[in-house]
Structure formats: C-alpha cells, structure tokens
Design a protein around this ligand. Sequence first.
Ligand code: ZN
Ligand code: ZN
Length: 320
Amino acid sequence: MQFDAELLLLAMAPVFLACIGWEAWHLRRTCPGEPIYSWRDTFCNAALALMQQAADKLAWLAIIPVYAFFYEHYRVYTWQASWVSFVVLFVAQDLLYYVFHRCSHRVRWLWAAHVVHHSSERLNFSTAFRQSLMYPIAGMWLFWIPLAVLGFAPKQIVAIVLINLGFQFFVHTQAIGKLGWLEYVFNTPSIHRVHHARNDRYIDRNYAGVLVIWDRLFGSYVDENPHDVPVYGIVEPLHTYNPLKATFHEWASMAADFASVRGWRNKWRALFAPPAWAADYHARRAAGSASLTADLSASTSEQSSVNANHTAAFQTTRRP
Ligand SMILES: [Zn+2]
Ligand SMILES: [Zn+2]
C-alpha cells in the first residue's frame, strides 16, 4: 500500500462531514418531527472521535512493534503485493473484526470500551465517530495479531483496520432504506440500525464490520422489521453529553465491583464475565440481598441467553 494508512480517516474527513451535512438537511425535510440530530449529541460524538484518534496515534507506536515481532518471527507465509493478498487480508480482518465485536458484547472488560459506541439514543452518521479512547487498554489490537502471523506487515494491518472502520461510517444512518441484494453480502444501514437498537428482537445481533456473511454463518443475523422500529441506545440511558463520563463510566463501575465483591473468583467475573453478571450483582446490592457472599456463578448461567446478556449489559451502564 502506497499511502500513509494512519492518515486515511483524516483524509476522508471532508467526505464524512459532507455526509453528515446532507443527512441532517435530508432528514429535516423528510422527517421534520423527528429530532435525529442534536448539537450536543453531535459535539459529544466529535469530541469522542478526537480523543480516540489521539489515543490511537499513541497506541500504534507501541502496538506496531508487537505486530512486527510476530511478522518477523512467526509468520507462516510471505505474500507478494497483489489483489489476491489484499482480498485475503480484507476478508481475514473482517472475520477477526466480527470476533472482536461479538466478544465486545460478551466480555465486560471489552464492553467497558465498546459501550461508548452504543450509549447515544440517536443514530446518525455522527454516531460512527462515537468511539472509546480505551480500546487500546481493552486490547482491541490483540485481535489483529493473527494477521501478522498470516504474513501481513504491520503497516498493512493498520491500513486494513482503518479501511474497515472507514467503511463502517456509512452504515450509521436512518436516511437510507434497504439495499436489495447487498443486504446478503455487506453490512448496510438497515443491518447496522438493528445492531444499535435495544428492542428485544434486535439486541445482540448483527456484529458485521463490512461483510454480513459472518452474522449469517454464525447465527447472529436478524432482519430489520418494518413493524418493529429500532429504538436506539442503551436500556437505561446515560443522561450525559460529557465525553469523559461516556468514556469512563463502565470502567468506574467495573473497578467498584472488583473492589467490593468478595472472593477472587467473583473478582475475576467482575472483569471478564458477560456483563449480565454485573447487572445481577448490582440488582442484588440494590435489593440489599444477603447473598452477595454466595457464589455468583449462578447469575451468569441463569442469564446465558444472548439477548438477556446484552439487555443486562445495558442495565449495568444505567446504574445510578
Ligand atoms: Zn456493538
Ligand atoms: Zn455502530
């Protein structure tokens, strides 16, 4: 790749801003009664994007040598620059993104970063900017190490991660309906609206980055139903436009749970169990239950369904 990948999103900024301007204008004309944009929400999203971009620039400095280490010592193949190698890299990274995204909804440590993307009650192009500066701490970068082992150089890995992220900007809109056969292959605005919705039928579905084939293959796909309009955000809203609170609220909750829960097994669960564990723990505390010292493992298995976990995950975030 001949361009500086780290500048990709910056180079696309005018396109992103033009899309936001068009969408706001279009929706004001076509849906005048629906406040899909608000200045405070959009500024919060923009602030989160700037914070995340700055953190990412620093993080790549530390992470690229790790990829270089695996590329130098453990790669199983050496690719010649070609369209074939690009397609392999693109598909492999998109599959790994699916794994990362699904884990982000199932492991509280990762959810603590990813919840930022979901905590707005609006969905528009600017929601794509709503990212967490804590992704490097959460360990998102670990999911791309297999690409170095597959034989892709660090610069190529960074580039494909950013290309995938850049594509995802375009699925954050309510201004575009279904897109016919594309819905079978690609992540689309309709498919991603479902992912951002908190309706029972939509929660914890459609993890796609660029290709939706992974959701269809692994059973996490659901169609947008015209009779069940998506309701966006988290089950108990954050009620803040403060980007720092949006970034750190789940980490603070997790740290408090880690400190207060008894037993190392439960401390482990406070960090890595599905977010449903935390919801159950909070509910017990709120109820003044005497069972806090009991083994809390039952709470995880009781709420093992994907939907219940995700609902509960959101519940953890709305704790007062
Ligand atoms: Zn998500
Ligand atoms: Zn999204």
